[in-house]
Design a protein around this ligand. Structure first.
Ligand code: NGO
Length: 552
């Protein structure tokens, strides 16, 4: 398993951190004699930002204006003020207080009022001009106060994530008697910020290898830190079915029993799923559930053989598919039977049950890589499934192949290889961009990356950063691009440490592609800013790939 040496374990105790960081800083020529005891490691003293222009924010904001004067200092008497009578905004303030308390040990009492506030407060206010949109914020820092102004609680939340990144990295640590920063200060100035695209996402394939509720939540933490707002869960595939469906219990009994390589698999109960959805909602992240069909469906067919066509499912290597859940990594061989009514009853039940526990507006039906059906059979299937999705008041999302069917105007096609994305666009569908050669987090970084696939090429950090979603597909205007999503497929990715190695730092790069205006985006600037995030990841216990393209 590839690991970054320092990041391999959750480094909760700051003593450990100071030992590690101090060791890294000790001069190579330091005398080592057996007689003297080894010097006690000195804690690293991390200086706060000297000037707002020296920020390391990822994604880069729309505008940053540094001011002169003394910085704002977090102290034992700093308070947080939230708007009166707005539960979501109050929650943002509470979460900010929790995060700041952990490292500083200060109390940060939170109070709700719309009245003027005393000096020494961090003030969250709802309001501001229309240019901030649904997710923008306006952050002002001066000596006496910090104000975050936003039109919505989501905007306030992104303002607090910016505040977090403006503080020294040890803000991510647990407090201890080891003092790790010289001061908790933020330099004065103003940041005005709002996202370029509405859909800024990651995808986690929990079907090829299962990831626990806690691991999904760790992934949501990363998504939120980088101002992404969507986590797409790939909940079913040939190798597994991962979500409890009361009306078809074998899906999890059989379909949840294994994974790629024959491991133990797993699935989410309805309570598990609800807790993921709630955790995501609290961080303004929408969960998009995907049930992949008609192909990539062997997990379902192994559980209920009547969902396949009566002829034996073609085997992966020419024979017939043996009973049980497939644990290899070939694609395209399975299909739900498009001519069978029981299949549509099944789809109706599954879409109904999942939609009922998904507050977000989307249902993803997969639709990719169908080799076992004719184009007519495929289009007929997608159109019937689309009617079911809209019957349960969800907006349908599907991989770009759905462009071969007649799509409703609000349906979203997820581009990944570009063969059929334009067919969807020409019907008026909006496109979500996940070009494999840029945004697939399962592609190897270089030929020597141990994990991952390389069918779309190698995706080093700069490759994932250096592209523009609007010029990427010729002839598709900005208003037809709903956003960008980076999928982590997990055929080769067995655990969360490995997943993080593939996700970080490419997901922050994709977050900047999705958030930052093209006029502000710059690789040279990104590679400098992202380097400053490594100490944060270490303190958070997040594994990452130390790309040689960055001077860490
Ligand atoms: C393809 C395929 C997935 C694989 C992935 C691996 C899509 C949309 N379908 O992407 O099943 O896991 O490549 O990179």
């Amino acid at each position: 398993m590839p690991r970054n040496g320092l990041a391999a374990a959750r480094l909760g105790a700051s003593l450990t951190i100071s030992v590690l960081l101090a060791a890294a800083c000790r001069p190579a020529s330091a005398p080592q004699t057996a007689a003297k005891p080894a010097p006690r490691p000195q804690p690293i003293r991390m200086a706060p930002l000297a000037n707002l222009n020296a920020h390391h924010l990822v994604p880069a904001p729309v505008s940053v204006t540094a001011a002169t004067g003394a910085p704002f200092a977090l102290t034992a008497t700093t308070t947080i003020v939230v708007p009166a009578n707005n539960a979501d905004a109050a929650r943002v303030g509470d979460e900010l207080a929790k995060m700041l308390r952990r490292a500083t040990g200060y109390r940060f009492p939170v109070s709700g009022t719309d009245a003027p506030v005393p000096n020494g407060s961090i003030v969250l206010r709802l309001g501001g001009g229309g240019e901030l949109g649904n997710e923008g914020y306006d952050l002002t820092v001066d000596t006496t106060a910090i104000q975050i102004l936003a039109g919505t609680p989501a905007g306030l939340f992104y303002g607090t994530q910016t505040l977090r990144q403006l503080l020294p990295a040890p803000i991510e640590a647990e407090q201890s008697e080891t003092r790790m920063v010289t001061a908790w200060t933020i330099p004065p100035g103003r940041i005005i910020d709002h996202p370029r695209f509405a859909w800024r996402g990651a995808m986690l394939d929990v079907a090829r290898h299962f990831f626990t509720v806690d691991e999904v939540k760790q992934t949501i933490d990363l998504v939120a830190l980088y101002k992404l707002n969507t986590l797409h869960l790939h909940l079913s595939d040939d190798q597994g079915w991962r979500i409890q469906i009361d009306s078809w219990p074998n899906l999890t009994i059989v379909g949840g029993s294994t994974e790629v390589g024959g491991g133990p698999g797993g699935f989410y109960t309805k309570q598990d799923y609800a807790s993921i959805v709630k955790y995501a909602q609290d961080r303004f992240v929408t969960i998009v559930p995907e049930i992949d069909m008609p192909a990539h469906s062997n997990g379902a067919i192994a559980s209920y053989p009547q969902l396949g066509c009566s002829k034996p499912t073609p085997g992966v290597y020419g024979g017939t598919q043996p009973p049980g859940v497939y644990t290899g990594i070939a694609v395209g061989f399975s299909s739900l039977c498009p001519d069978s009514e029981v299949v549509y009853k099944f789809v109706d039940d599954v879409v109904r049950e999942i939609s009922a526990m998904t507050p977000g507006p989307y249902f993803h039906v997969g639709g990719d890589e169908v080799e076992a059906l004719t184009n007519e059979q495929y289009a007929h299937f997608v159109e019937r499934v689309q009617d079911i999705v809209y019957k349960y008041n969800k907006t349908m999302v599907g991989w770009e192949e759905i462009g071969k069917a007649r799509l409703r105007p609000t349906t979203i096609a997820q581009q990944w290889k570009s063969d059929s994305a334009l067919l969807a666009f020409k019907q008026g569908a909006k496109l979500l961009l996940s070009p494999a050669s840029k945004a697939y987090l399962d592609m190897k970084y270089t030929p020597s990356t141990e994990l991952g696939l390389d069918w779309a090429g190698f995706v080093e950090l700069r490759t994932s950063y250096d592209w523009d979603p609007v010029t990427y597909l010729q002839g598709v205007p900005e208003q037809s691009v709903v956003g960008v999503e980076a999928p982590l497929w997990t055929e080769t990715v067995k655990n969360i440490t490995a997943a993080q190695y593939m996700i970080v730092p490419r997901l922050p790069a994709i977050a900047e592609v999705a958030w930052t205006p093209a006029s502000v985006k710059s690789w040279d600037s990104f590679r400098t800013r992202i380097a400053a995030h490594a100490p944060r990841w270490r303190l958070l216990g997040v594994n990452y790939y130390p790309s040689p393209e960055v001077a860490w």
